[in-house]
Design a protein around this ligand. Structure first.
Ligand SMILES: Nc1ncnc2c1ncn2[C@@H]1O[C@H](COP(=O)(O)OP(=O)(O)OP(=O)(O)O)[C@@H](O)[C@H]1O
Ligand SMILES: [Mg+2]
Length: 870
């Protein structure tokens, strides 16, 4: 794959050579250059030192000459003008110093030696005059008029006792003297040239070729430099020898001449330059050689790598490079492995295709999501009738006219998210037949995560789905029929139950009618006898007794029926169970007959129970009566009282009691017992085994109804031949028993009572009862009448009213009456307690009243009036 960063092996090697050679070359050149620089500096220093030495030498030479001249000037012969002596001294000095000496007069004419020039050089004459005038030594520049190049040093002198200079001594150093000054200090430095210039820049002396150069002037650049500074170093393009050179110069302090040391440019740093050139040449040669070698090696390597990279690369015997040979071996191994894996994969693939082809599964493989068929198994050919040639490359949903159970996008989303989708599809075969297939689609991704394939396995479930559909239909039909049947049965059962109730009601009505006929018989008989003997108080009293007994029996029957209907009016009160049981034991012992033994078992300190006393007595009588009936030949009746604490955690109580404290009363007998069938119907109203006229089948119903209405419960256990055990639970009364409950309170004296009832018979009898108790009675036939009376008459102590009246019910009347007389006590008479309760519920305001159930006995009336008015 071409890539911008890819380079050839050759170029890599070329870079390698350059990268290694070039720094080496540069480093060497730099080192040589540094050495060269140091040498150059050293040579410059040597030049400066030479210039400095020569300038000092000039100073020394002239100092020494001046001192000698001054000594001469001070000598007696010269001062006194003793010329022969003076000449001798002059000759001695000339011999010692090597210079020519003359004596001049102050005007500039020569005094000694007389044979010397009578007229001196113009410059000498000027110098003599200046020396005499200034009384100081004077040195001239190069004299041009002398036979050989020279300069003149003039020293002033005095005659004896003269205070102004009267003569001058002139010293003229010759060529040899001057040449001696320019001698190089180090004879070994053969290339070094020393030149001495006077103040005008004219050559006075030179270490080589003095004859040719003395009198010539310095190069203008050097002259300028010498005028600007006392000492320095300068390169000039042309020396006196006509070649470029480096010059160090220094001005002498005494003479102001300039000593210059020169080295021709050609002699300066020559060795170093040679070295540098050599190094560069060798380096370049090495670099070129390296490049050539690198190119050859690169070509060799490239050839070897190409051989490795070609089709049968790994098969190459040897590339000539060890690493490449190793790589070739490794590639050979990998290729062998890959060939083996590919062969095995091909084999597996073939086997898998064969397997799928022979399986009776219809399997399609489609590419990605577009549905193009990539694989079409033998099962598909069988199932759809399309051959692989016909199917491959076609879109599966087009070929098979697929009906999807949900939108295709949702199926695709599920495939992408979960990786699979299962569901039924409807397809068309090649012949157009419709088939239902159970499809299992699996979504495959490539290794890079891109969607690759959807593999489908398809099973023809047309028959199965049809069978399931028909089964579902059959099931629905069956369910429908069963429901109809159940409804029919329930209707039949309801009808039967209804018939049973009608029959039971008839039985009850028969029983009640029978009892009431007896009662009516007694009342009617009693009333007839009273009518026949109204004046016989004994007979009247006896018959009244019969009538009231009959009325009490009638009341007892209605009470039992009401209790059975859970409509009884219970007056719960705390009862000492022990005392009660002792009382009834006495009664039972007397009434059950001598063959039946009555036993009692009561623990001490039994708490009082809370129940209606009369109803409890009745319940015990019912149980005892049943026990007596079960023991025709006598036996044992046993009554036990005990305390029973029922806890919620123990589980369901046999009598379904709520958690709390109870008194348990059991009545057991040793009688015939009951079979399971009888036991199962216990408590069912009107169920009796005692034959017509003997039992009403209401006894146990009453006991159960009473116990449950009192907040307790009732159970009965029995086995044929082994007697029966009946148990009543009643709640413990937990208020402290101090007050005697239900204590009779009587009203003292007569009160004014308003009696309201629409029934004249009731009105009449109750009026009789009230007047009998000593009260005054005003009666009204309805609410309207009563309210009128209340409005007219003020003195009404108490109102007694019936509940159900045509114009206004008793509750409404009490309410309206209270609006006039808020404190008016009221008694409500009613056949059913629940009737009053229902009316109270309908009335928003609930007046206070005392409820008395009809028929009301004189004693009850008396007690309630007493309670109200006290
Ligand atoms: N102690 C018992 N021993 C055997 N059987 C009993 C006992 N108590 C009740 N039974 C059976 O239960 C039936 C129903 O009793 P239940 O007291 O309700 O009515 P009854 O005694 O038949 O008539 P009623 O009590 O109204 O005069 C009785 O007819 C009797 O078959
Ligand atoms: Mg009974």
């Amino acid at each position: 794959m071409p890539h911008s960063n890819v380079r050839r092996v050759g170029s890599f090697l070329l870079w390698l050579v350059i990268c290694t050679s070039l720094p080496l070359l540069l480093f060497t050149a730099a080192t040589i250059w540094r050495t060269h620089e140091a040498d150059r500096l050293r040579e410059e220093d040597a030049l400066r030192a030479t210039a400095s030495d020569v300038s000092e030498r000039i100073d020394l030479a002239f100092e020494s000459l001046r001192a000698s001249l001054l000594t001469l000037a001070d000598s007696g012969s010269v001062r006194n003008g003793d010329w022969p002596d003076a000449i001798r001294e002059i000759r001695t000095l000339e011999a010692r110093t090597g210079v020519t000496i003359h004596l001049f007069g102050p005007d500039g004419h020569a005094l000694l030696p007389a044979e010397a020039a009578t007229t001196a050089d113009q410059a000498v004459t000027k110098a003599v005059q200046q020396a005499v005038r200034t009384d100081a030594a004077v040195l001239t520049d190069l004299l041009s008029s002398t036979a050989e190049p020279s300069v003149a040093l003039v020293v002033p002198g005095f005659r004896t006792n003269d205070l102004t200079p009267t003569f001058a001594i002139v010293a003229l150093p010759g060529r040899a003297w001057l040449w001696q000054l320019a001698r190089p200090p180090n004879p070994a430095a053969d290339k070094l040239i020393v030149t001495i210039f006077d103040q005008t820049g004219t050559v006075i002396s030179r270490s080589i070729e003095p004859e040719r150069t003395i009198g010539r002037t310095a190069h203008p650049a050097l002259r300028q430099a010498m005028q600007r500074q006392r000492a320095g170093l300068i390169a000039i393009p042309q020396t006196l020898d006509g070649v470029p050179g480096i010059i160090a110069f220094r001005q002498s302090a005494t003479t102001h001449w300039i000593a210059a040391a020169l080295l021709p440019q050609s002699a300066f740093g020559i060795a170093q330059q040679r070295d540098l050139t050599m190094t560069v040449a060798i380096g370049a040669l090495m670099l070129l050689g390296g490049l050539y070698a690198a190119t050859r090696i690169a070509a060799r390597l490239v050839q070897a790598i190409r051989a490795l990279g070609c089709e049968d690369g790994p098969q190459v015997a040897s590339t000539g490079v060890r690493e490449l040979d190793e790589l070739a071996n490794r590639l050979r191994a990998i290729a062998t492995e890959r060939d083996a894996t590919e062969a095995s994969l091909r084999e597996t693939d073939t086997r898998l295709r064969d397997l799928i082809g022979t399986l009776d599964l219809a399997t399609i493989t489609t590419r990605e999501m577009d549905g193009t068929i990539r694989f079409w198994s033998q099962g598909c050919v069988r199932m759809y009738g399309w051959t692989a040639e016909e199917a491959l490359g076609r879109l599966s949903h087009v070929l098979l006219r697929t009906q999807f159970p949900q939108p295709l996008q949702e199926i695709e989303a599920t495939l992408r998210n979960k990786g699979f989708w299962i569901g039924d599809l409807v397809h068309r075969r090649k012949d157009g037949a419709r088939i239902v297939v159970a499809a299992h689609k699996i979504f495959r991704k490539r290794t890079d995560g891109a969607p690759d394939l959807v593999m489908e396995s398809l099973v023809d479930v047309t028959a199965l789905r049809e069978a399931q559909d028909s089964l579902r239909a059959v099931n629905q039909d069956l369910e429908q029929r069963v429901q109809t049947e159940i409804a029919a049965r329930e209707a039949a059962q309801q009808r039967a139950a209804h018939n049973d109730r009608i029959q039971a009601l008839g039985q009850l009505a028969g029983g009640i009618a029978h009892d009431f006929n007896n009662i009516l018989q007694a009342i009617a008989g009693g009333a007839a006898l009273i009518a026949r003997h109204p004046r016989d108080p004994d007979m009247v009293g006896r018959f009244i007794g019969i009538i009231s007994d009959a009325a009490a029996r009638g009341a007892s029957i209605t009470r039992r029926i009401l209790l059975l209907a859970r409509r009884g009016d219970l007056k719960p009160e705390p009862i000492d169970a022990a005392a009660l049981l002792i009382d009834v034991r006495d009664v039972f012992a007397f009434t059950l007959g001598a063959a039946i033994k009555v036993e009692l078992e009561i623990p001490t300190a039994l708490p009082p129970l809370l129940a209606d006393r009369a109803q409890l007595e009745t319940a015990l009588v019912n149980l005892a009566t049943n026990a007596r009936d079960a023991m025709p030949n006598g036996g044992l009746l046993r009554m036990i009282a005990s305390r029973d604490a029922v806890s919620a955690s123990v589980g369901a109580h046999p009598a379904d009691l709520a958690a709390g404290d109870y008194i348990r009363l059991t009545v057991s007998d040793t009688g015939t017992g009951m079979n399971a069938a009888t036991l199962a119907r216990i408590g069912e109203p009107f169920f009796t085994t005692k034959g017509v006229g003997k039992g009403t089948g209401l006894g146990l119903s009453m006991v159960k109804g009473f116990a449950e209405q009192s907040g307790g419960g009732f159970t009965i256990e029995s086995e044929p031949g082994r007697g029966t055990l009946a148990t009543i639970w009643l709640p413990v009364h937990d208020a402290p028993s101090g007050r005697a409950c239900g204590a009779q309170q009587e009203v003292s004296g007569s009160v004014q009572i308003l009696l309201v009832d629409d029934d004249p018979l009731v009105r009449g009898s109750v009026t009789e009862q009230l007047e009998d108790l000593g009260h005054k009675v005003l009666s009204a036939s309805g609410g309207t009448d009563a309210l009128a009376i209340l409005r007219a008459r003020k003195a009404i102590d108490l109102m007694i009213t019936d509940l159900s009246m045509p114009d206004m019910n008793g509750l409404a009347l009490i309410q309206e009456a209270r609006e006039m007389r808020p404190q008016l006590p009221a008694i409500l008479l009613t056949g059913y307690a629940s009737e009053a309760v229902a009316m109270t519920r309908n009335n928003k305001a609930q007046p206070n009243y005392t409820l008395i159930r009809k028929p009301a006995s004189t004693a009850v009336l008396k007690a309630r009036i007493g309670e109200l008015l006290n």
